[in-house]
Design a protein around this ligand. Sequence first.
Ligand SMILES: Cc1ncc(COP(=O)(O)O)c(C=O)c1O
Length: 368
Amino acid sequence: MIHINEPILGEEEFTAVRDVLASGRLTSWSGGGPMVRRFEEGFASYVGVREAVAVNSGTAALHSALSACGIGEGDEVIVPTFTFAATANTVLLCGAKPVFADIDGRSFNIDPEHVEGIVTPRTRAIVPVHVFGQPADMRSVLELAEAHGLAIIEDAAQAHGALLEGRKVGSLGRAGCFSFYGSKNISTGEGGMITTDDNMLAGRARRFRSQGQADPHSVEELGYSYRMPEVEAALGWVQLGRLDGFLEKRNGNAAYLTERLRGVEGVDVPFVMTGVRHAFYVYTITVSQEQYGITRDELQARLREAGVEAAVYWSVPVHLMPLYRRLLNSKEGDLPAAEEVAGRVLSLPVHPRLSEEDLDVIVGVVAG
Ligand SMILES: Cc1ncc(COP(=O)(O)O)c(C=O)c1O
């Protein structure tokens, strides 16, 4: 089976994990153990920020960053509806209200024009998501934030190493949040990271990850148990050193697919904005049944028969999930661009382990 994504683990990862196990030091309190601190320093320097705070998931990163920005009851936070549920769920976890924005139908990223219309006096922050590894339109989002005094927390869970006009995602807003879940461009199994130039925010996030402890004898504020284990940090540190190589391969594979799929009637290849390095977490096409002849779901089934795992991210925009329909009274037609895209997207594998033959199998099925 050609999987949608696969972790790439070599001898260096095995050695790093064995060394941690041999050290007998598996975890630490809010300040982080030696491997956690090493991974944090390496990640901060890679992203180009002063501080990085490692946690045990991308969801924990978002929850910690929002909380460290002071988001709480009575606040509204604008999030795109075309995203993984964690982007909105973490707003709820802070006791605040997620307000859903529509997306740009070509890039799948948050539509700044729509955002402008839903800002209210209660809006405190915007969480743009760099969907599938492509940076959101941050110039417009940052202008809006400036005009309305809002915090920007980037959801960069799928976009490690993506660049916008030469700057890494995770360094563009007040804080950036990454995931190291098993399928991500670099992985620690489960894990997450908050990046920021704001020392106070980083300090709050560090306390938040360990019960709100400033030191082992003092709980200053409410916190969680979001610490990253040493084994994961060791894995992450090795993976980080390989990230640029992975991204080069992903971009090469994407270019190979685009060259062969552009021009297939009824299929739109990914739109890549100028001035970006895309992180190509997945390679997402849209399928128009009228011109292509079969539905997106039928194409997905054909790929599966040929041994290719294609995935639908996301078939239901978050505002139409039962929880949010119930809480916010949202319904079909509220956010038309995202709803339309959700019915047509199909993500194809583009990861570094694919061979040319694998890519040709994918092209063979999609191009027919
Ligand atoms: C856009 C987005 N945000 C947040 C997350 C949450 O990350 P995690 O699964 O590590 O909690 C993910 C992970 O799948 C994601 O894709």
